[in-house]
Structure formats: C-alpha cells, structure tokens
Design a protein around this ligand. Structure first.
Ligand code: NI
Length: 275
C-alpha cells in the first residue's frame, strides 16, 4: 500500500496485497499507476482511492479506527483529459436521490441535477443537501411543463417560480435551464434568461427496468465531452449508477456541466453543450 503523510511526502511503499493495488517501488519512490478498478462489490472507499486519490492509512492503528485522509487529484482539466458530465433530471425525490447522493459522495463525484421546483418545494432539505454535497443545480421548470405550449409570460412565471424558491433556500440560483423534454422554440430560447443546458448522450434510462442492462447502455453511449441525461427519480437509474459510475471513472473524469463546458454566471447566454 502506498502511504503518504498529510503533507504528501512519501513515507513508505508496501505491497497492497489484498487491496489489489498494483504499485511498484522505483528508485526508492512508489509508482502508483491507476489500477484497474476492482469489481463493484468490493469496498467502495478502496475503489475511490484507486480511482481518484490515494488513501492514507497510518501504520500501527487498528484498521477500524484509522482516520482516513485522502490526497485529492487536482481539478479535472477538460481541455486535456477525457471528461464526462452526468446530469440527473426531474428530482430530487426522497425515495431515490439520497441513495444516489451517498454513492456520489463515496466516489467523490460531482454531477449536475436539473431539478423541478415542485420537487424542491416538497423536499427542501434534500435539495439543500444536493447543493451542500457540491453538486451543480440547474432549473428544469416547476412541474415539467412543455414550454413550447406556453405563452412567454407563462414560461417566465414557471421558470421564475423555481428560481425564486431555490434563492429562498439559499441555494445559488441556477445559471442553466434545461427545458422539459428538451422542447425548445425560438420563443423559449428568447424568453428564458439563462443559457439552455442540453445533453449529447441519451442512454434512455426511462426505457429500462433492468439496472445491469441500463448500466451497459450508459457505458456504451458515453463519450469524451459527453453530457449524459439521466433521471435520479428512477430507481433503476440509481441502481445502475452503482455499476456505471466506477466503470466510467476508469475512462473519464466525471464533472459538472459547468466544469465540462466552462460555463459560468458571466457566460453569454446561449446553448451549453460540448462537442
Ligand atoms: Ni425532465
């Protein structure tokens, strides 16, 4: 096992043995190439350490009591690394989102949630947790109405209601709007004062009831620079995430839409996508 002190200086290098990390001593230092991730059933923290950071386990302490520190990788540079943005729509929902948040925390992955104002109204504390866990929050309308059927004044009312509620909860107001169903017209684009956050990878999670098959489809459709549309309100999607997140982490840095695209509050209004 590779051991660092908190100042990141190298302490020693041992064979990882049962942990399964392939590390070699080179010239007195440890070379720690990212190993192939272990199967999904194995210890989550081990996988996180293997994929994103190096676990620090002090010697001579009972394993169950060891405080664990990690040395984080620098933020992803998506101009040089293969990045992928996972997006989860239509929530949050207490039946499914907490399990996803827990999974994302285990892997230290930040994603983008396009929330419905009506769900935020039902679950304000859960929405606050989404934000406090470091995820990006985008506006996905109040109640999933098709804005192409609205007059501009109706669009704005609906959109603003969600923005205002998030503001009331002390959550940074979204800088991205994802129209329900991706339904847009020139009037929608002109009326909504935010950039439109679309997607370019759709594994069609709504069509799957088998988590393994969905996970395979997510992995098959993912591509560098991808913005993947998923739904955290679907139990199958959350179950599949247990499989596809560690697999995706072998090939991609998983980031928010804004991180992937460089979008921020000062960006000119437009359609935010990638490649
Ligand atoms: Ni939706």
């Amino acid at each position: 096992m590779l051991l660092f002190d908190r100042g990141a200086s190298l302490v020693t290098c041992l064979q990882a043995g049962s942990v399964g990390l392939a590390m070699a001593a080179i010239g007195g230092a440890c070379a720690a190439p990212l190993p192939a991730a272990p199967p999904a059933e194995t210890n989550t923290k081990t996988r996180v350490a293997a994929s994103r950071s190096i676990s620090v386990l002090p010697l001579a302490m009972p394993e169950s009591r060891q405080p664990e520190a990690t040395i984080e990788l620098p933020p992803a540079d998506c101009t040089k690394e293969a990045c992928l943005a996972l997006t989860f729509d239509d929530g949050p929902d207490t039946r499914t989102t907490p399990m996803l948040l827990s999974l994302l925390k285990d892997y230290d992955v930040q994603v983008t949630f396009f929330v419905l104002g009506s769900q935020v109204h039902k679950y304000p504390d859960l929405t606050k947790q989404v934000h406090s866990d470091g995820h990006e929050i985008g506006n996905h309308s109040w109640n999933h109405s098709d804005y192409t059927k609205f007059k501009p004044v109706q669009m704005l009312d609906d959109f603003d209601r969600t923005q205002r509620l998030l503001e009331e909860l002390d959550i940074p107001t979204p800088t991205l709007f994802r129209p329900p169903y991706g339904a847009r017209t020139a009037a929608v684009d002109a009326t909504i004062p935010l950039s439109i956050g679309l997607w370019n990878v759709d594994p069609k999670d709504w069509a799957f009831n088998d988590a393994k098959k969905l996970a395979r489809n997510v992995l098959a459709t993912a591509k560098p620079g991808g913005i993947v549309v998923l739904h955290d309100v679907k139990p199958t999607t959350v179950a599949a995430a247990k499989v596809f997140i560690p697999e995706l982490m072998k090939k991609y840095r998983l980031v928010t839409v804004s991180h992937l695209t460089g979008h921020n509050a000062e960006s000119p209004k437009g359609v935010v996508s990638s490649q």
